[in-house]
Design a protein around this ligand. Structure first.
Ligand SMILES: NC(=O)c1ccc[n+]([C@@H]2O[C@H](COP(=O)([O-])OP(=O)(O)OC[C@H]3O[C@@H](n4cnc5c(N)ncnc54)[C@H](O)[C@@H]3O)[C@@H](O)[C@H]2O)c1
Ligand SMILES: O=CCCC(=O)O
Length: 495
């Protein structure tokens, strides 16, 4: 079957091969470029400007100049632009999903879901823009009145990962633009085309010149990252990606104490208790594990199953995973697409071999899929995992299920919490009391109960420990881009 290509886009103007600075589509000052490839076929999708520090400074200057007037726009006006942009995502969903599926590898169905998820943040923050309230505080000193109001921080740098190239842009910059900040986006070098298509739609929605700027880079990412972190004009930086890079950015931001939100790696426990509905737990596990081929920050990484249901859960899971079709994301019926880059397959194979060396038993998959040119790994299930294995400590970020066994609630809580990160987690139980006990005890930012997806624009998203800090979405998301100002007024008694 012929796979879909970019030539089938209805709106060819959504496909861009330049960066976007101050309302203009531009090449890199150096004229250098890098290539973007389809991870399923390895076909070239485009050639993009390899921008560096100088281009970044121009983008930041443009955003800073635009901020002078943008901060004075009414919240209602910003809400209207955001809502129009959200509508444009829906109107162009098929094209946006195709670009996304081709550059990231996720299936068209999932890509369409991500476009809708991305649009939901724009819509959500259009509402939040008009609800940035201050406070009136009862003063201890009766000759004073105390009030607070909130103001936009200034230029916000939005650094998005390759696993959700559209939704992570809108989750960050939807909040920033709603708050009255202007933005510089730095999409991942593997997946810049989706972000550029969003810049086209945002401009069409009416955002003024300079409010949105996009820096494209792959090999000069360290230089661009440092320029954003150390610029005195950047007042806020939000990054989603690995803990390794998050720590580096935090140290670079310390030079100006730039306010930072970090949504970093996770190592989500997925806990199935004896009292769970096993069929529901399997469905939840498939969603939590195989969404985006296992490449989500909240993917189920350590699947703990209580002894009484371990064998039943394992055999039913294998039956379900065996049925998942693997292939290019644009092919009908495919559930598991390729990984986004080659090093991801290598990392997963290292984890699989390591698990085997400690007595793990691969009962399904366990090897790359060689009959396709791209970065494919067969969906894999490993039984009899133990806590010495690499998968216990590190995210595998691939379609690999490792099944750990446990006996008691206390034991599984201790094992689940025995790691450096704390982002997502999942519990499957029919007991309300157990649900409360375990949800309260887990050291994470998010807990899913009897479901496999933690994503909703109205729910705060983020972690604790080395998964980072700050919250995106929900009613907290916009606060990351605002400063609280206190106003203390002296009131004299009537003469
Ligand atoms: N939290 C998430 O959603 C998320 C997303 C992507 C990757 N990850 C984690 O990272 C692991 C490896 O992925 P990777 O190989 O892309 O990781 P990586 O550490 O090489 O890069 C992660 C991201 O950081 C950017 N980056 C890299 N160096 C940078 C720098 N010096 N300054 C600024 N930005 C920089 C990259 O463009 C990329 O988007 C994954 O296995 C997963 O554990 C997490
Ligand atoms: O992988 C990071 C974000 C995933 C999500 O928002 O569901």
């Amino acid at each position: 079957m012929a796979l879909k290509t970019l030539s089938s886009l209805a709106r060819k103007d959504l496909l861009r091969d330049k960066g976007y600075i101050n309302g203009a589509w531009v090449d890199a000052i150096s004229r250098n470029t890098f290539e973007v490839h389809d991870p399923a076929t390895l076909d070239k999708l485009g050639s993009l400007p390899e921008m560096g520090a100088e281009d970044t400074h121009q983008a930041v200057e443009a955003a800073n100049n635009a901020f002078k007037s943008y901060r004075g726009t009414s919240a209602r006006q910003r809400a209207q632009w955001l809502r129009r942009w959200s509508d444009l995502c829906y109107e162009n969903v098929a094209d946006l999903a195709l670009i996304l599926s081709l550059e990231n590898g996720k299936t068209l169905k999932e890509a369409q879901g991500e476009v809708e998820y991305a649009a939901s943040f724009l819509n959500w923050f259009s509402g939040e823009a008009e609800r940035v309230y201050g406070e009136v505080i009862p003063p201890a000193n009766l000759s004073q009145r105390i009030l607070t109001f909130k103001q936009p921080l200034g230029v916000a740098a939005c650094m998005a990962p390759w696993n959700f190239p559209i939704a992570m842009i809108t989750r960050k910059c939807g909040a920033a633009l709603a708050a009255g900040c202007t933005t510089v986006w730095k999409p991942a070098g593997e997946t810049p085309l989706s972000a550029l298509a969003q810049a086209v739609l945002a401009a069409e929605a009416g955002f003024p010149k300079g409010a949105i700027n996009v820096i494209t880079t792959l090999n000069s990412v360290a230089e661009v990252g440092e320029a954003l972190c150390t610029s005195k004009l950047v007042r806020k930086l939000s990054f989603t990606g690995s803990t390794r890079v998050g720590k580096l950015l935090a140290s670079q931001c310390s030079s100006n104490l730039t306010k930072l939100s970090l949504e970093l790696g996770g190592n989500s426990p997925f806990i199935v208790f004896d009292d769970a509905n096993v069929d529901k737990a399997i469905q939840a596990c498939i969603s939590a594990k195989f969404r985006n081929s296992g490449q989500t920050c909240v993917t189920a990484n350590r699947i703990f199953v209580q002894k009484g249901v371990y064998e039943k859960f394992a055999s039913k899971l294998v039956e379900s995973v065996e049925r998942l079709q693997v292939g290019a994301g644009t092919e009908d019926g495919v559930f598991v697409g390729p990984l986004t880059h080659e090093r991801a397959v290598e990392k997963a194979m290292t984890h699989i071999e390591d698990a085997k060396s400690y007595g793990g038993k691969v009962v399904l998959g366990g090897a790359p899929l060689r009959d396709l040119p791209g970065y494919f790994l067969n969906p894999t299930v490993i039984k009899y995992m133990d806590d010495r294995m690499m998968m216990t400590r590190e995210e595998t970020f691939a379609p690999v299920v490792g099944l750990y066994q446990f006996e008691t609630e206390t034991e599984v809580i201790d094992r689940a919490n025995d790691c450096d990160v704390g982002l997502g987690s999942f519990i499957c139980t029919e007991s309300i009391s157990r649900m409360w006990r375990v949800a309260e005890a887990l050291e994470v930012g998010m807990v899913g109960v009897n479901l496999g997806v933690l994503s909703a624009c109205e729910s705060p998203f983020g972690g604790i420990k080395e998964s980072g800090y700050g919250r995106e979405g929900g009613s907290h998301g916009i606060d990351e881009y605002l400063a609280v100002k206190s106003l203390l007024v002296g009131v004299t008694a009537e003469a």
